[in-house]
Design a protein around this ligand. Structure first.
Ligand code: NAP
Ligand code: G4F
Length: 333
């Protein structure tokens, strides 16, 4: 029988890769999208544009329990992937209240809707390495204590606690991924990797001449989003629900990312990158490095894309995007 999946956050980076993965596996794929997105598909549904006709999209907001309840009840999913969130850490310092509403209440609304309308549905919750924050041990694994350093991190710890409590109290199948940073050509332009690769492409084409960044010494364990949605899927296929760290086991500074990205187009980052305190955070997460040993052993999951290849992939995509914008063509034309 065809399985039915519902994805919150289907218009985002991960939602778009996951939707493709589930379609390839023969799922009937439903997505929760904001009403404004349905009204402005050209801009707000661009990541799922190529396969939108195969999806079932439903208007709703993570801030509205009735809207979520109605969608979950109507779809009756076998699997629900809760990826929707205010996911930009910097912005969570500017508006912690709306971040909490979307990420904490939103998660609570999703879990309660499933409990009331389809308690047998398997749920994935998108936890984050940002929950480790001021890290207590390196590398970080499923047993490392949390010490969040941002409203976003706090919201994800609370979402994680809510998920665990629904699992323990009501016997629901809810697995939490503790995913380290993962990137792709579909990454939002506000995140540091995409900010760097999009600026490199502009600079190379003479459309910009500097790249102002914040803390260049922060270290992240960066993987490829396509690999990470595979891990989400595998978590939901297990016999019992559990929590898994998903990471590459390699860490690099923002400076190293810059060095590599500029070098890919024969430029020296030192000629263009400036450190601007405007982009510093009130509290920084200095080092993230994950140990995905449990995911490797129990899910048989392995990252396929390492740092060098990731940077190259993102640079190639942003260079191509500018070429297309300049010539008015798109890939395949
Ligand atoms: P993303 O690109 O920012 O996508 C976020 C999604 O959430 C978008 O579809 C967005 O819709 C939706 N959303 C936001 N507020 C909403 C609301 N009020 N109602 C309904 N939908 C709403 O994030 P991502 O990188 O794909 O990440 C997916 C999930 O994994 C997020 O929960 C994130 O916090 C978590 N995570 C990400 C990473 C990473 O490195 N990428 C690592 C760990 C955890 P619009 O398009 O309408 O804005
Ligand atoms: O790319 P970032 O904004 O990602 P961050 O804060 O690590 O969060 C991402 O990964 C989390 C998983 O750990 C997710 F849960 C979360 O949703 C999101 O996807 O920043 C990475 C690092 C930070 O240390 C930041 O201070 O880059 C540093 N950075 C330096 N200059 C900058 C900049 N970050 C941004 N966004 N912009 C800068 O100009």
């Amino acid at each position: 029988m065809t399985k039915r999946a519902l994805i919150t956050g289907i218009t985002g980076q991960d939602g778009s890769y996951l939707a493709e993965l589930l379609l390839k596996r023969g799922y009937e794929v439903h997505g929760l999208v904001r009403r404004v997105a349905l009204e402005d598909p050209a801009n707000r549904l661009s990541r799922i544009d190529d396969f939108r006709d195969q999806l079932h999209l439903h208007a709703g907001s993570l801030e509205s329990f009735p809207s979520l309840f109605a969608v979950v009840n109507a779809v009756q999913p076998d699997e629900l992937y809760h990826l929707g969130a205010q996911s930009f850490v910097s912005y969570s310092f500017e508006d912690a209240f709306s971040t909490f509403r979307t990420n904490i209440d939103g998660t609570h609304f999703v879990l309660e809707s499933v409990k009331q309308t389809c308690p047998g549905c398997r749920v994935y919750f998108a936890g984050s390495s940002e929950m480790f924050g001021h890290v207590k041990a390196t590398p970080q694994d499923e047993n490392t204590p949390f010490h969040p350093r941002s409203p976003y991190g706090i919201s994800k710890v609370t979402g994680f606690d809510l998920s665990r409590n629904y699992r323990e109290a009501y016997g629901m199948f809810i697995s939490c991924g503790i995913l380290f940073n993962h990137e792709s050509p579909r990454r939002g332009f506000e995140f540091v990797t995409r900010k760097i690769t999009s600026h490199v492409a502009k600079i190379k084409h003479g459309l910009a001449d500097t790249l102002p960044l914040g803390n260049l010494e922060a270290k992240r364990d960066w993987g490829f989003a396509g690999d990470y949605v595979e891990a989400m899927y595998l978590m939901v296929q297990q016999e019992t629900a559990s929590d898994f760290v998903v990471a590459t086991g390699e860490t690099h500074t923002v400076r190293e990312f810059c060095e590599q990205a500029f070098a890919a187009v024969d430029l020296d980052y030192r000629d263009y990158v400036t450190e601007n305190p405007e982009f510093y955070r009130p509290a920084e997460v200095h080092l993230l490095l994950g140990d995905a040993g449990k995911a490797k052993a129990e899910l048989n999951w392995e990252p396929t894309c390492r740092f060098d290849r990731l940077v190259e992939m993102m640079i190639d995509a942003d260079m191509e995007l500018i070429r297309q914008q300049r010539t008015g063509t798109s890939a395949g034309e």
